[in-house]
Design a protein around this ligand. Structure first.
Ligand code: NAI
Ligand code: MG
Length: 354
């Protein structure tokens, strides 16, 4: 079997970390007996330089014609003066929208060997393995009406939080399916004690659970309690299912638990083609110096394989990453006394070997 992958390395450390993920992908695909066929395209600042457009339609078409998109990161000081649709980041929003990516997946793992790097007590986070499914294209960030009116102290502004049953069901399904592949538990996070839209959210999740996923354990938390639980006892979570704004906040909080952005993968899925990218940006401060941690990008590639149905190969990548970390190799963002400092390419080679 051959999968068509569009590579969008982007800017800054994007190309550096993409190269390491390809190295690792080629190693596991060869062993697992499938092939990956890559097409590389410009995105973000690189596309602005080459085509005067952060996400040219021709690149969108290439992405749509592939099985998955691997994206490094976009943006940087060179393009900071640009505004609106000419900004590198707006290219990202465009490709997510064009590919119909309504679910954002953000796993956070803290292997015991990294627990010391966490802002929380090591015993609170050692072995943490949680997975947030955030609705990405609805809720208060997109709901109508939106407006501002009036003057002085009477001036008002409003946004609308709206979800349809269909929107809730399709993202809840993503969460239940991932739970089945993981520890079989979903925690749905809402504010159903106050918000009408959250009551619909909760009722819909319960209904879908009873109809199709009763084998999965389901519980519900209010967002305020969930935020507290995230810092007090994050290991209670397996899959967290939540809407756009709550997921934005909660997944950023969960992202701090492991101690470095350089570890965190993500995926935006739901349409026919998923986008797999690290949570971090283009890190202009360390670009071109071989200092970038490629693990977030490598783990994003593993999520891509999960989604393509190549789970054994994905698990092999995750096991390789864990071994390299357990062996004490670290890029600068994670280095502590007693570790072995490793460059971007050294870490990629080590994971490939493992
Ligand atoms: P950033 O994530 O690029 O960097 C934040 C800090 O984390 C920096 O000190 C950086 O060196 C460090 N860091 C990030 N990734 C790392 C890695 N893999 N290994 C080691 N250290 C790492 O966020 P920042 O500085 O706010 O943004 C820089 C540029 O990236 C901006 O142009 C921003 O708009 C863009 N950006 C792009 C994103 C994307 O493409 N998805 C997401 C976030 C920011
Ligand atoms: Mg955010």
């Amino acid at each position: 079997k051959t999968y068509k992958i569009t590579l969008l390395p982007g800017d800054g450390i994007g190309p550096e970390v993409i190269a390491e993920s390809v190295k690792v992908l080629d190693a596991v695909s060869e062993k697992a007996g499938f092939a990956l066929e890559y097409t590389q395209q410009n995105a973000g600042g690189a596309a602005i330089d080459a085509h005067n457009d952060p996400m040219p339609d021709s690149v969108v078409e290439t992405c749509k014609a592939s099985d998955a998109v691997l994206l490094g990161a976009v943006g940087g000081p060179k393009w900071d003066a640009l505004t609106g649709a000419m900004r590198p980041e707006s290219g990202l929003l465009k490709i997510r929208k064009e590919l119909g990516a309504f679910a954002n997946l953000r796993p956070v793992t803290v292997p015991a060997s990294l627990a010391e790097n966490s802002p929380l007590r090591p015993e609170t986070v050692a072995g943490l393995d949680l997975f947030t499914v955030r609705e990405l294209t609805g809720g208060i960030y997109f709901g109508q009406p939106v407006g501002t009116e009036g003057e002085g102290d009477d001036k008002k502004a409003w946004n609308t939080m709206v979800y349809s049953v269909g929107e809730i069901k399709r993202v809840a399904r993503v969460a239940f399916e991932w739970a089945r592949k993981r520890r079989n538990k979903v925690t749905s996070v809402d504010k159903a004690n106050v918000l009408e839209v959250s009551r619909l959210w909760r009722d819909t999740v319960i209904e879908l659970h009873q109809a199709e996923y009763s084998d999965v354990e389901l519980d519900h938390l209010y967002i305020d309690n969930a935020a507290m639980q995230m810092v007090v006892n994050p290991r209670q979570f397996d899959v967290i299912l939540t809407g756009n704004i709550f997921g934005d906040i909660l997944s950023d909080a969960s992202a701090t638990l492991g101690g470095s952005l350089g570890l965190l993968p993500s995926a935006s899925v739901g349409g026919p083609v998923g986008i797999f990218e690290p949570v971090h940006g283009s890190a202009p401060d360390i670009a071109g110096q071989g200092k970038a941690n490629p693990i977030a990008m490598i783990l994003s590639a593993a999520m891509m394989l999960d989604t393509l149905g190549e789970e054994a190969a994905a698990n092999a990548i995750r096991a390789g990453v864990e071994k390299v970390l357990n062996d004490g190799y670290r890029s600068g963002d994670l280095w502590r006394e007693g570790n072995t400092l490793a460059s971007t390419t050294e870490l990629g080679d080590l994971v490939k070997e493992a």
